[in-house]
Design a protein around this ligand. Structure first.
Ligand SMILES: Cc1cc2nc3c(=O)[nH]c(=O)nc-3n(C[C@H](O)[C@H](O)[C@H](O)COP(=O)(O)OP(=O)(O)OC[C@H]3O[C@@H](n4cnc5c(N)ncnc54)[C@H](O)[C@@H]3O)c2cc1C
Length: 598
């Protein structure tokens, strides 16, 4: 859903770093329309009535349980949300897909099976399939009659996906490609009927293929013994002289990287919003337990140490939620913009995901790390019981860990964030260099100690967001200028810059959302959200300062370093604020509702 059919205010990918946003343009969970709420309700009913009661059976991979649930999800339309109606799907917009992914997340292992099927398994055909391939496969994928898996990773190539060794060569009669190789860690492989396989034609042209389970030569390894998400199927896939009809080549020969990387952009975003849903569920469990468990004759929720944890989880979730829905709506709107310009469905969504690839990459990092923080603190709140498989939180803790590893590890996504930013700058798509030079000029001038514009209760925080962007421009601009082509070998600096970008996006998304609530419902109604924003931003500017300092100290020295550190300090300054009291107020609300409730 979009708040506006006008696209003129639509910031392009990463433009938030150099431009201001208006809170009125922000999409938040409060903006769901009636249809989206109905779909959300149907998803939650399906989870409560069908999936959750079978959680134990899913966990031990009891034969047929996950596949039957997938078929039931298909009947409800939950496998075809992103599939166009003409191919048996529901053709829903990006925001609706986001909402469902978030809701689904609490089903853990089943969520992964579902997500791999509807995402990386089906989307390559939705976006890159030709008419015949779409007609043949999509209706059955949308109904659940066919289940899908995605085979990119190999024993020797994970992060370096294009280093794949799987080979394809055209048969003498020109009717088949013959595939040979091994794929590793393939989700859904134990029951999938369709495998999207990447192989290099003649050892060179990286290409996607639709491989059917029944094609002879495809076989599977045993189920991997995993740390978490034990209920999802993960196996090796062996390809030994598998004859794949030429009709099953996906996209164009040698263009498999377009499929792999574009699908990953969307996958990363979905992982972020899925992490949000899982983090909310961890907070719910922690809040329930903290109010139930008594020690020293009082519920542990009454202790400040526990209140800190409950509040901090809620604050981090709020910031992540604000960031995720903001990005979702940008992708949604950009897709609609491209459609209005005459692009077809696939080009529009792929163009939109590509436009916001930087946001997708850093939100993946942000989401998975907030989730890990939340499950860890939720286990801690459970004490010894958190270490017992009798509680759900122990499993949630183990299940969460994979999110920092797949869909591109968090290191790779941090690197991608800055790499793509610099590429955008070099190609002239994002004028970050002029903005960085503006910051350098400002630092040479006498600081303006004037009060600035009064923007109400969030004046300091709005200024902190503006200044934090300048801090990034200062650090990234100086690093690029100083190190030039050597910057890519200084990964520690790139990690610092990526972390600063994550914080600024979350800060701005949070403060815009609270501004919107104040405008719509008044300051009193937004009392707790104001405290959330102030606390998050108070901590975020400190992190920005540390990250900026680590980066600057890595490549500058002497007077130059001192001057830049002073500039950094100036841009990460904030009026002191009592975060302890703010967290206590937030924790009281979480305890009252026994769930995330903002
Ligand atoms: C449960 C599970 C399910 C999965 N499902 C699928 C699936 O359905 N389909 C599929 O194709 N794949 C799947 N994967 C594979 C997953 O995407 C890879 O594990 C992931 O991309 C990392 O690759 P790797 O394991 O080879 O780690 P490596 O690439 O070997 O990385 C090891 C470490 O080195 C770091 N590193 C690597 N390169 C760099 C670099 N250039 N700079 C800095 N650090 C670097 C990484 O960040 C990481 O910390 C799954 C994995 C698991 C565990």
């Amino acid at each position: 859903m979009s708040n506006t059919t006008e696209f003129k205010n639509l910031l392009r990918g990463a433009e938030f770093l150099i431009k201001e946003s208006n809170f009125q343009d922000l999409f938040t969970p409060a903006d769901l329309d009636e249809e989206q709420q109905m779909i959300l309700q149907a998803t939650n009913d399906f989870l409560d009535n069908e999936v959750m009661p079978k959680r134990d059976k899913i966990e031990v991979q009891e034969e047929g349980v996950t596949t039957t649930l997938l078929e039931q999800a298909g009947e409800l339309g939950l496998l075809g949300l992103a599939v166009p109606e003409e191919f048996g799907g529901m053709g829903k917009d990006f925001n609706t897909n986001s909402i469902v992914v978030e809701a689904m997340a609490r089903a853990r292992s089943f969520t992964l099976s579902w997500g791999a099927h509807v995402g990386i398994g089906s989307l390559p055909i939705v976006y890159f399939g030709n008419q015949e391939q779409k007609e043949k496969y999509l209706p059955k994928l949308a109904s659940g009659e066919l289940k899908a898996a995605y085979c990119l990773t190999e024993p020797g190539s994970g992060s370096d996906a294009l280093g794949a060794k799987t080979r394809a060569h055209l048969s003498e009669d020109g009717k088949h490609y013959v595939l040979n190789g091994q794929k590793m860690w393939i989700t859904n492989s134990g029951f999938a009927d369709i495998f999207i396989v990447f192989a290099k034609i003649d050892g060179e042209k990286f290409t996607g293929f639709i491989v059917e389970k029944t094609m002879s030569g495809l076989s599977l390894g045993a189920e991997e013994k995993k740390m978490g998400i034990k209920g999802s199927s993960t196996r090796l896939v062996f390809l030994e002289n598998v004859k794949v009809p030429v009709e099953n080549l996906l996209g164009e020969p040698g263009k498999g990287h377009l499929i792999a990387f574009n699908i990953l952009n969307i996958g990363r975003y979905k992982l972020a919003i899925g992490s949000l849903g899982a983090a909310k569920d961890a907070l719910r469990q922690a809040a329930v337990y903290a109010n139930e468990r008594q020690q020293f004759k009082t519920p542990i929720a009454n202790f400040g140490a526990i209140q800190y944890k409950l509040a901090e989880m809620a604050i981090q979730i709020y910031a992540l939620e604000s960031a995720c829905y903001r990005a979702s709506d940008k992708i949604d709107n950009y897709e609609k913009k491209l459609l209005s310009e005459g692009k077809d469905f696939s080009s529009a969504i792929l163009g939109a995901a590509d436009e916001y690839a930087i946001e997708c990459a850093f939100l993946k990092v942000h989401g998975s790390e907030v989730l890990d923080y939340c499950v860890d603190e939720a286990v801690q709140i459970h004490g010894g019981m958190g270490f017992s498989e009798e509680t759900q939180i122990a499993g949630a803790y183990r299940d969460a860990r994979i999110n920092r590893i797949f869909e591109g590890t968090n290191e790779i996504n941090r690197l991608l964030t800055v790499d793509q930013l610099l590429k955008r700058a070099m190609s002239g798509k994002l004028d970050i260099m002029s903005a960085a030079m503006g910051v350098q000029k400002e630092l040479m001038s006498i600081p303006n100690f004037g009060g600035g514009q009064d923007e109400g209760v969030l004046t300091n925080e709005l200024n902190a967001v503006r200044n934090s962007k300048k801090a990034i421009l200062l650090v990234a601009g100086a690093a690029a200028q100083k190190l030039m082509t050597k910057l890519k070998y200084e990964q520690e600096i790139l990690m610092n810059i990526a972390d600063m970008i994550i914080d600024v996006y979350a800060m701005e998304s949070t403060v815009l959302r609270v501004q919107k609530k104040i405008a719509n419902e008044g300051e009193e109604a937004a009392e707790l959200e104001i405290l959330i924003a102030k606390t998050f931003i108070s901590d975020a500017v400190e992190r920005l300062n540390i990250n900026g300092k680590h980066a600057l100290q890595s490549f500058a020295e002497g007077d130059e370093l001192r001057m830049m550190l002073m500039g950094l300090k100036r841009y990460t300054k904030l009026e002191p604020f009592n975060t302890k009291n703010a967290r206590r107020a937030v924790a009281a609300k979480i305890s009252e509702e026994q769930a995330y409730c903002f």
